[in-house]
Design a protein around this ligand. Structure first.
Ligand SMILES: Nc1ncnc2c1ncn2[C@@H]1O[C@H](COP(=O)(O)OP(=O)(O)OP(=O)(O)O)[C@@H](O)[C@H]1O
Length: 261
């Protein structure tokens, strides 16, 4: 596999993320927990991939291997042709979790700026302004997390993940704790924000509708240990239609069938 180039584009013919025969078994001795089994997947640069599957099947484990936070028991994983940990070290990975984990004493803006400080850099005010504008927080950036709504806190988490323009955006149930109305609104906003930045993205979600609304391709996993049971391509144009169309319903149906199989 070739070396990465500076623009973040994968070398010709390579995937941005490439996992080959990935397996992960937790534990030792007689207390082994197989979490992921023989998963091979490629994610193209600027592709939006969603992962769905039964609760506890191993989705987070797979994402953690892509992030370089967990080593596979067997198989290989590379990001832009190198080890995932290299990408993380270069601050080219943005992550969003269900819990936004913001600093409670700092304003939303300072929470975004903190990403720079945590990586030993000075905050770039222009980039911070730009990302706050993109996530719709400009006029609310002075609030502290406890003064903000759940949706605002999750928008802040998204701004933190995107402010340093990562090559790779990894999201693990980012809207799982939000009410249905806020979640739906944020899905629409995420699609708009993502289209403006277009990082290579992997989203874990329990919502089939959310996966279809946002992703170019959906990987459906089996019960634990997670294996890929189906890949569903979502042929809908972007921006995605506000009202679900036939292609939407068809993709949802395909995912549901794969989950029920
Ligand atoms: N650090 C760990 N040590 C031991 N077992 C673990 C560890 N992390 C996860 N597991 C186990 O691996 C399995 C897969 O967990 P994982 O969190 O990857 O699943 P998931 O599909 O993301 O779950 P959910 O949908 O509920 O978020 C579970 O049985 C879990 O208990």
């Amino acid at each position: 596999m070739g070396a990465r180039d500076e623009r973040g584009a994968p070398p010709e013919g390579d995937a941005a993320v490439h996992g080959q025969a990935l397996s992960k078994v937790y534990g030792t001795g007689r207390r082994l927990v197989p979490a992921v089994r023989d998963v091979s997947l490629k994610v193209r640069a600027s592709e939006f991939l969603a992962i769905i599957g039964p609760s506890g099947c191993g989705k987070t484990t797979l994402l953690r291997m892509v992030a370089g936070l967990e080593s596979p028991t067997s198989g290989t994983i590379s990001c832009w042709g190198g080890p995932p940990a290299d990408l993380a070290r270069e601050h080219r990975v943005g992550m969003v979790f269900q819990d936004p984990a913001l600093l409670p004493w700092a304003s939303l803006r300072r929470n975004v700026e903190f990403v720079y400080r945590a990586s030993g850099r000075r905050p770039d005010p222009e980039s911070v302004d730009e990302i706050l504008d993109l996530v719709g927080l400009t006029s609310l950036a002075h609030l502290r997390p406890h003064e903000a709504s759940g949706g605002m806190r999750q928008r802040t988490a998204l701004a933190r993940a995107l402010v340093m323009r990562p090559s790779l955006l990894l999201m693990d149930e980012p809207f799982g704790a939000l009410d249905a109305i806020t979640r739906r609104r944020l899905n629409g906003e995420l699609e708009r924000i993502w289209a403006a930045v277009r990082p290579t993205t992997i989203l874990i979600t329990h919502s089939v509708d959310e996966a279809v609304m946002l992703a170019d391709r959906i990987v459906v996993m089996s019960a634990r240990p997670a294996t890929i049971v189906r890949e569903v391509t979502v042929p809908m144009p972007r921006p995605r239609p506000a009202v679900p169309d036939e292609a939407f319903h068809h993709a949802v149906q395909e995912c549901m069938e794969a989950l029920d199989a």
